[in-house]
Design a protein around this ligand. Structure first.
Ligand SMILES: [Zn+2]
Length: 414
């Protein structure tokens, strides 16, 4: 009996000790604010979240044909650890498959004579980096660098193409694509002319003070054959889009052309000399020449009513947009949609080719209005929804701000 009591006493006292430890631990967990004497301690610098002064740092570029294993072995990382690093990277960033020559890497090693790697960083692009933390257990994670956005303006007078004009002015040609997207419904970029001019307000993105590309266009002004077009970025009701100075959407029911870039080679005419058949014949379409394989876009929303091959048409697609309009695209090298498929404006429906009766790679674009073939370039399509009344005041604030900025831009060469 006495022995049993003793055991119970011991068990109880152990329990008390354990429990008290638990409570003590709870108190230990409480954060004690750290006192940092910033005046006397130099501010440490960080790279990839690592303190640069506490490591010996080795930087380099992946060599052609170099694989992850050979690089890590060079830094004396054991085979077993390499295997683990590669394995752990798979859910984050498959380093083995995406180890690309020319990309930057950094090793953070101990400062002693052993120079033991503590951390390996791989930079697949200028926006993000992959960290392999080798201290304790291996941890792999992807981080994004902070991006700073600045508002810029650009302007120019068209000399040849919009693309070339921007390139000559040292402005990212990406803007050309963005600009032609905004005005795709109103300006035919195959027909822009010398002395057309533009002004654009846009975002430029920076990482570590280095430009990493163009963001969105805030506003653009394009003067084409003496006619002025404007597009102002405006968000309302969850819709982000471009509107002209009268608050109308810049979007129309159809794109001006089924290609992003290319060359109008033959317009719509009731009579033309056919280059293959060598006879005068009506050309009830508009031809756009472009390299084989250039994506062909649906010019409007609709349903594919035909996707087939014909002796004259080659591979072609026909889209019914509504009761009024139907479009057709001929001579494709490859079709990308099937009959019955729903397509949206701008969707790729096929690729430029020269199948059927064609001398070179081009797309013959045909347009029907109420069952009659017509020249799409002469059609005036209804505009998409304008900004609703209750948002007009806030749109006008944006508009005035943009116009003021436009006035400050002086066009070089005009
Ligand atoms: Zn044609």
């Amino acid at each position: 009996m006495q022995k049993k009591n003793k055991i119970i006493l011991v068990v109880i006292s152990i329990l008390i000790i354990v429990l008290s430890f638990c409570f003590v631990n709870q108190y230990v967990v409480v954060d004690v604010p750290e006192v940092v004497q910033q005046d006397s301690v130099p501010v440490p610098t960080f790279e990839f979240g690592m303190r640069t002064d506490t490591f010996s740092i080795h930087k380099g570029e992946i060599k052609p044909n170099e694989i992850i294993t050979s690089l890590l072995l060079k830094f004396n990382i054991p085979q077993q650890q390499i295997y683990e690093m590669v394995n752990k990277s798979k859910g984050v960033y498959d380093i083995e498959r995406n180890f690309i020559a020319g990309k930057n890497y950094t090793f953070f090693c101990t400062k002693d004579s052993l120079n033991n790697p503590q951390c390996f960083v791989y930079e697949p692009n200028s926006l993000e980096y992959i960290v392999f933390d080798l201290r304790d257990s291996i941890q792999v994670y992807k981080k994004k660098r902070p991006i700073k956005t600045e508002i810029r303006t650009a302007s120019g007078v068209i000399t040849s193409s919009l693309y070339k004009t921007l390139q000559d002015a040292n402005i990212s040609p990406v803007l050309a694509i963005e600009l032609s997207n905004i005005f795709a419904w109103t300006i035919d970029f195959y027909r822009i002319q010398k002395n057309d001019w533009f002004k654009v307000i846009y975002e430029e993105k920076f990482v570590d003070n280095k430009s990493v590309g163009v963001g969105k266009i805030i506003a653009a002004q394009f003067n084409h054959s003496g006619k002025e077009f404007q597009g102002h970025y405006f968000v309302h009701d969850g819709i982000a889009d471009y509107f002209d100075e009268k608050a109308n959407s810049v979007k129309k029911a159809f794109l001006k052309s089924p290609l992003k870039f290319g060359r109008l080679t033959s317009g719509f005419t009731m009579k033309r000399f056919h280059p293959v058949q060598k006879i005068n014949k009506a050309h009830l379409g508009t031809d756009y020449a472009a390299p084989k394989g250039t994506p062909i876009l649906a010019t409007g929303n609709g349903v594919v009513v035909e996707s087939a091959h014909g002796i004259f048409n080659g591979n072609y697609v026909k889209i019914r947009h509504n009761n009024t309009y139907t479009t057709q695209y001929l001579h494709m090298s490859k079709r990308a949609v099937n009959k019955g498929e729903k397509v949206k404006q701008g969707d790729v429906i096929g690729y430029v080719g020269s199948t059927g009766l064609a001398t070179g790679p081009h797309v013959c674009y045909r347009f029907w209005k109420n069952g009659k073939q017509s020249n799409h370039l002469k059609e005036d399509f209804p505009t998409a929804e304008p900004i609703q009344k209750q948002y007009r005041d806030s749109f006008n604030v944006v508009l005035q701000e943009n116009i003021k900025k436009f006035e400050e831009v002086v066009i070089k060469g005009k």
